[in-house]
Design a protein around this ligand. Sequence first.
Ligand SMILES: C[S@@+](CC[C@H](N)C(=O)[O-])C[C@H]1O[C@@H](n2cnc3c(N)ncnc32)[C@H](O)[C@@H]1O
Length: 403
Amino acid sequence: MDKITTEVRAFYEAYPYPPEGQVDCDGYHGSLLLSYLQRSAGKLTRLQLLEAGCGRGVNLQAMAGRQTEVDFTGIDINRIAVQEAAQRSKRLGLVNLQFLLADLLDRQSLPGVSGGYDIILSYGVLHHLSDPLQGLQHLTDLLASDGVIALMLDGSYGRQPLDRYLQALDLIQPMSQSGSDRLPLARALAHAAEEQLFKGNYWQGTSHVDKIEFADRCLHVHQTSYDLTALWQLLDSAGLRFIRWLEPNDWSLHSIIDDQDLLNRLELLDEFNRYQLIERLTYRPKLTLLAAHQGSIPRSPLLTNQIASSQFALNPQLHLNRHEENGLTCTLRRRHIDINHNPCCQNILQKAAQLPLGFTGQKMIDMLIKQDFETQQILQGIQELVENELLYRPHPEHGNAHQ
Ligand SMILES: C[S@@+](CC[C@H](N)C(=O)[O-])C[C@H]1O[C@@H](n2cnc3c(N)ncnc32)[C@H](O)[C@@H]1O
């Protein structure tokens, strides 16, 4: 283990991530992540998911009980976190989940599986490695030929306020002379930064976040960050290609610009330049994306004539609530989506919520026709819900039989 990795391990053993009570599974659903790619045939064996740098493993534990058709493996260098995660899984009786000690930079230590992992996740890890490209290349080696890899790296533009604050902290106490008073010093300086530097951006509130989160932001021993050019270069050098952002809305021009003439002009830019424009105009501190081997192809859009025979399921990231006054409310990845203008869509979602194993378009047509909706309306409703990502199209996989 190299010097930086040893220091990073000591840091995380002192401040194991994520903080207590913080569970965020939005990027952990294997079947949803695979649905964004073309896949030639369903897999006959169980799906294999690896989380590289799983920390305390709480997100995997939350998902393992829900996705019993998937085998989960979490690896980390943090000896305390891995031991605790393994003990907790045993207590919870999670038989499809294992935790192992392994270093992403040490190829020999990484657990392989026959045929490769179908889904690899690595959130908030690569930017702490002494050699991020080597770590990512190891993950590419472990990935199945038609698998997907989801990554979160820190974005250099979005981190600017925090990086300026860290430079200020270093002026008072250089990292090399860091002592036990660094935590209270860093808190006090963060407090001073709230009114100006952190105001109105992602970093607002840094001075009073939980100790583990605070340490991760302000006391880290090794941290790098990426602009989009460097990120695309990193993917390319590791033999990967960009498939999509996990939250495309964050990278849509429509979400930040409402001037139609300007939008028309910007639509002429190529996709990468549009992303760069958003990168310059906003603070996006986390670059969270899906990638795959360079020969992989993103899923083609759904055609109307495919709907009846296609499989659908409710997006597992969706939270549905029924209110007496407001009708059905939908929250997708913390974003509210209003579908109350369309009674057919409301009914499709309510039926979909009762069919956890999914359904074909034809099955939905048969059910809703009895409620006096017309076939055309139902087809359009399914199309709209897929475009807005409230429904998704799972690939038929082993152990994932659909009704
Ligand atoms: C910010 S935490 C992220 C944890 C988890 N992915 C999450 O999003 O909650 C970074 C994790 O990466 C792990 N890590 C750092 N370097 C590593 C390496 N070389 N190999 C494996 N894990 C590593 C750390 O121990 C830590 O648990």
